[in-house]
Structures are given as structure tokens and as C-alpha cells.
Write a protein that binds this ligand. Structure first.
Ligand code: NAD
Ligand code: UD1
Length: 339
């Protein structure tokens, strides 16, 4: 298929490009490089031994996006482009609504103009909000507790309404749990431009000596060791879920929300221990207060993905830690060394 990938230079998008090419799809990337750089695409080109065509375009720029769409004429779109920092989303909410909602509207409009009817969308487990029961299945009520989560929930609704109103259209709303890890080559990985908000990149920066110690946000949760439990999913498994979702979208109509997780939870301290094992480094940490808005446990029921997408997570916790360590230690400054 001809697949237009918005946000393809980002963390998850870049890993998905590798998988798309491995499956024989033709790709075109649209990215503003707001949170990435062309160097990422150069590395994907190197790994796949073919230049990745791209346009530096903001998805809210309807004219430019329309031109790209008219020239490439995709069979399907994978929509990663967006803003994703929970804390920042409450400080600059209008920007989050603009990029994540107006950007999605602009994209659907451009797709409509060329008759493209298939989309796979990056949603998040954060749409569920506080768990009424666990694991989260797709029927769990959605009640996001932060602006970022609201934008994902609203974008899902936009996509559902579009799919319902557009004959033969298909939208797959992938609700990611906690993506971690890096490409097996250690040439691609997560490269936060600021102090990492998320656990895994922070731990990796402590291990490599870029940060002194990890702050563990609370050890008094109702979990076996008192620290927060999450469903970590290897980014390469997540990338495969996208090619599976494309296949599914190609043979279905309507909108479908699908969790992408492993169903297995690990605590913060278990992650620290696993990372220390994989890296052979000490991970100094201290217990500090809970982070506002955090929940004790988040876990996916992955049954729907297993069944509808015929997809299963394959990578282990050790794979997640070892690949993150290889990426971090071989690229201590992320993508900024080259280019
Ligand atoms: P990322 O920031 O690495 O990638 C997003 C890409 O979109 C970047 O390359 C950025 O430059 C681009 N972009 C941002 N605004 C744009 C705009 N207006 N026009 C064009 N391009 C734009 O993030 P990621 O971790 O790869 O996440 C990809 C998607 O998955 C996002 O929509 C995110 O909300 C969602 N998601 C991520 C996680 C996670 O933990 N990483 C979890 C759940 C959902
Ligand atoms: C966070 C977001 C969530 C988003 C997800 C993407 C918040 C409140 N939630 O979720 O909306 O979908 O990232 O992956 O930001 N931790 C520490 N010290 C740290 C960082 C994290 O102890 O420096 C703990 C957290 O308290 C949590 C676990 O590690 O228990 C995982 O944290 P994180 O990686 O930020 O993911 P989420 O909290 O699941």
C-alpha cells in the first residue's frame, strides 16, 4: 500500500517506517520536525537502504498538506503527528487542541479530497482516566483527567464520526499503553529534547550518567512494592501493531478502538532493577512524593488486538531494557551528534 505517515520522524513513527518498508509498503512522511529532526529519517533511510521521501509540513497547513496528498495519493494514512506531554498540555491547552484536534480535522479534509478512506490513529490509554476495573478493555468508560487525554478522546470521536459519515471508510484507533525500548540496531530510539517526563528515558539518562538519580514518585500505592505499575510495550512490537492495523483497516469499515499493550505490568522498582541488570550500571534513586494525576496501576487487556489484528507482543522486559541501554549508551546525545 501507499502509506502517508504524519509524524513519521518521531519516536514511534520512525520505528513504524522500518516495519512498513519490511512489509513492502511505500511510504511518504509529513512532519514539521517540531519534536524530531530530518536526521531520524536519514537513519531510517540507512537502515532500510532507500531514501525516505518526506515533506516538512505542519499538518494544520491545509494548502501544503493538500498538495502533498494530491501528489502522493495514499491508500492509507497513519497519523502519529501530535503533541504528547501531559504536564505541558495543561499549561498551553489551546496549542494542544489546535495541533491534536485541528490537525486531525485538516488531515481528514485532505484525505477526503483525494478519496483516501483508511486511517490508523495514535491514541493513548490515557483516554480511560481512573480505572473502574483492571485490566482496561476497550469498553471501559473514557474519562480523561488531563488536557492531552481530552485531545486524544476528542480526536477519537472526530474519527468515529468521519468513519460513520464516509462510505467504506475505516479508522483504527490504537490506544497505546507505555511505549519503551529502541530499534535493535541502536540507530533509532526515544530522544526527549528536555528533561524526560517518562520513566524509561529518565532511567536511561541516569544509567549513562547524564542525570544524578531517579526520583521515584511514591512508594505507598496499593501495589506489591508500593510503586506504580504500568504495561510497558516495546516500540518494535508497537510498530508491528500498525502494519497489522493497516491490514485490518483494508478489510473493514467503521471505527474500532484497540488497546496495544502486553497485559503484563511492572512496577517502577522492577523497571529500575531490570535496567540495572541490562546495563550493568547502578541506578541511584530516591523515593519522593507522588506525582499529581498518577494512578497506581494501568494494564491493558490486549485480547481485541490479539483477535482482530492477529497481533501479539513478543519482546520481553529484558529486550526493552537492553535495547534502550544500547540506544542510550551509543547515542548519549540522541540524534544531535550527527546531521
Ligand atoms: P514524537 O513527539 O516523538 O513524534 C511526534 C511527531 O509528530 C514528531 O516527529 C513531531 O515533530 C511531529 N509533529 C508534531 N506536531 C506536528 C504538526 N503540527 N505537524 C506535523 N508534524 C508534527 O511522539 P511519539 O512518542 O512518537 O508519539 C507519536 C504519537 O503517539 C503521538 O500522537 C502521541 O500522542 C501518541 N502516543 C505516544 C505515547 C508515548 O508514550 N510515546 C503514548 C500514547 C500515545
Ligand atoms: C504518562 C502520562 C500518560 C501518557 C504516558 C505515555 C502522566 C501523568 N501520564 O503515563 O498520560 O499516556 O505517560 O507513555 O504524565 N515515574 C517515576 N519517576 C519518574 C517518571 C515516572 O517514579 O521520573 C513513575 C510514575 O509515577 C509511574 C511510572 O513511573 O508510576 C511510569 O511513568 P511514565 O513513564 O510517566 O508513564 P505514565 O505515568 O503511565
Amino acid at each position: 500500500m501507499r502509506v502517508l505517515v504524519t509524524g513519521g520522524a518521531g519516536y514511534i513513527g520512525s520505528h513504524t517506517l522500518i516495519e512498513l518498508r519490511a512489509q513492502g509498503h511505500e511510504v511518504f512522511v509529513v512532519d514539521s520536525f517540531d519534536n524530531s529532526s530530518p536526521e531520524v529519517l536519514a537513519r531510517v533511510s540507512e537502515l532500510t537502504q532507500a531514501t525516505v521521501p518526506f515533506a516538512e509540513v505542519d499538518i494544520r497547513d491545509r494548502a501544503a498538506l493538500g498538495d502533498v496528498m494530491a501528489a502522493f495519493r495514499p491508500d492509507a494514512v497513519i497519523h502519529f503527528a501530535g503533541l504528547k506531554a501531559v504536564g505541558e498540555s495543561s499549561v498551553i491547552p489551546l496549542r494542544y487542541y489546535d495541533v491534536n484536534i485541528s490537525g486531525t480535522l485538516s488531515l481528514l479534509d485532505a484525505m477526503d479530497k483525494v478519496g483516501c478512506k483508511r486511517i490508523v490513529f495514535s491514541s493513548s490509554a490515557t483516554v480511560y482516566g481512573l480505572p473502574q476495573y483492571l485490566p482496561f478493555d476497550e469498553d471501559h468508560p473514557c474519562a480523561p483527567t488531563n488536557v492531552y487525554g481530552q485531545t486524544k478522546h476528542m480526536a477519537e470521536q472526530v474519527l468515529r464520526d468521519w468513519a460513520a459519515a464516509t462510505p467504506e471508510a475505516s479508522a483504527v484507533l490504537l490506544r497505546y499503553f507505555n511505549p519503551v525500548g529502541a530499534h535493535v540496531s541502536a540507530r533509532l530510539g526515544e530522544d526527549p529534547s528536555d528533561i524526560p517526563n517518562n520513566l524509561m528515558p529518565f532511567v536511561a539518562q541516569v544509567a549513562v550518567g547524564r542525570r544524578e538519580k531517579l526520583s521515584v514518585f511514591g512508594d505507598d500505592y496499593d501495589t506489591p512494592d508500593g510503586t506504580g505499575v504500568r504495561d510497558y510495550i516495546h516500540v518494535s512490537d508497537l510498530a508491528r501493531a500498525h502494519t497489522a492495523a493497516l491490514r485490518f483497516a483494508n478489510g473493514s469499515i467503521g471505527a474500532e478502538a484497540i488497546n496495544v499493550g502486553t497485559g503484563q505490568g511492572y512496577s517502577v522498582l522492577e523497571m529500575v532493577e531490570a535496567f540495572a541488570r541490562a546495563s550493568g550500571r547502578d541506578i541511584p534513586f530516591e523515593i519522593v512524593a507522588r506525582r499529581p494525576g498518577d494512578i497506581a496501576r494501568s494494564l491493558a487487556a490486549p485480547d481485541k488486538a490479539n483477535k482482530l489484528l492477529n497481533w501479539h507482543a513478543e519482546k520481553t522486559l529484558d529486550d526493552m531494557c537492553a535495547s534502550t541501554w544500547a540506544w542510550q549508551s551509543q547515542n548519549p546525545n540522541g540524534f544531535r551528534e550527527e546531521g
